[in-house]
Design a protein around this ligand. Sequence first.
Ligand SMILES: [Zn+2]
Length: 581
Amino acid sequence: MSGKIPRSFIDDLIERTDIISLIDAYVPLRKKGGNHWACCPFHQEKTASFSVSPQKQIYYCFGCGAGGNVISFLMNYDHLSFVEALEHLAKAAGLELPQENKTYKPATTLYDVMSKAAAFYQAQLKKSSQAIAYLKSRGITGKLAKEYQLGFAPQAWDNLISHFEKDEKTQNDLLQTGLILKKEKVYDRFRSRIIFPIRDTQGRVIGFGGRVLTKEEPKYLNSPETVLFHKGRELYGLYEARRVLREIKYWIVVEGYMDVLALAQYEIRNVVGTLGTATTADHLNKLLRYTQNIVFCFDGDQAGREAAWRALQVALPFIDDKVRIRFLFLPQEDDPDSFIRKKGKNIFLAEVEKATSFSDFLFKHISENLDLTTLEGKASLSHTAALLLERMPESALKQMVYKNLSYVVSLDENRLRALSKEKKPDVFHQVQNQKQQSRPFKLEMTPLRQAIMMLLQNPRLCSVLSEKFFIEEWDFSESMILKEIINLYHTGSQMTSAMLLEYWRERQEHSLISALLMKEMFVSSEEKRESEFLQIMQSLERQHQENKIEKILMKGKVQGLTEEEKKQLQEMIAAVKAVIV
Ligand SMILES: [Zn+2]
């Protein structure tokens, strides 16, 4: 939400930012015709259907329907919030956000605190022979330690605190970032631990993980949830991987910091860690932006297997014919770190190649304690499988999985699908509707959409509308959009395409509007355009009048019409005829 930031400021930012250079810095664009093109960063594709218009200052993907202005791009590409995106643009334009809404606290100072803390820990690592020895024993080189900004928090309660100013504001900032805690006194959260800074996609440190050097508990300690850090959303190593890899063929998702580092040490860089938490839909949304191919590789123990099963359940709503999710199960006693150090890179990668498909894992897991030679066993399998499979979007893959199941349990596919409708246990509710990626958006043109498109792209057409059109009365499914555009134009302000689009942010109509804004119009002259627009509007008005007549006629059939209504009906019919002429 825009909070109290004035729309005029937002418009100004949109005006000052050039969308071509903004996007080009993230996704290299190529000029072709009037637009600039690239392979879409929001869906997987081989030919470029992502277009950016320098005139309209908006982008639109003809493949997946992603579209928007500079603000939307930053929000979607870099997962920034609305205010963060504005902040980013304002900074680049040398402006300051004029008025902040109350809940919004500028994060800049907190980022500074985190970065200063990271530098402090990093410097401490160099001074601790014990910490260096530990990292060396785990095969981590100095080069890698530097790249991942590894650090060390020495033993004592006030190392970090005394590194910062003593004033109240600084102390508050430190408390807010979770770097220090307060009981009777304030003290450092991380003590005597190797420090792993967790960075966001822009490379800013937002949290830390800390590992003990000795046998103490807990073995790992993370930053708490803060304004900057949301554990369920972040992935360790994502920023670093993106920085060194031009293309990511697939992701390997591991559990721990040391797993990410160990694989990086073997030059396997397409690896991210879930910070020891369960995989979430947010994680998947983030990962799928880069590749549709994910291999989960958790520890070989029971806990690792359970984590894999939870990941599968969260992934189900994402799995279609394009998204490929697999699972690599390591031997009982291994984690990715120990496995690669024992077996080496090639064997590890060969295992990745052989990773279990999601469907194999699914069937194996749910039939584990079932006797499939009995009817009861088959019935139980059918039920559980159907409940899980319903979480998947429709796809050829889903059909094949059902077919497979149908074969195993000798039950008709449709009967199986019906089973899932019977009762859904609560565990599935939490993963429902978490998929944020939009489904492919196919733009079908209707006369109303044609009119909206023309009006969007030619605000001047607004002036040719007359009282012949009872637009306020129209009740077609999308006539609200047309009314809003007309109202917007009537407020008198000059609106560019990018500003118009801003007006629909966070509304369902956003993708339709961006598609209509970007659609090419082939009309030779201004006059031709006007007459075409009027023709469409006339036919819509006629449709509207006919609908009204239809309604009255229906009423007449059911309960009869009064004299007054009959007269009205005749007038309406005459009026419709007049419009046709
Ligand atoms: Zn796309």
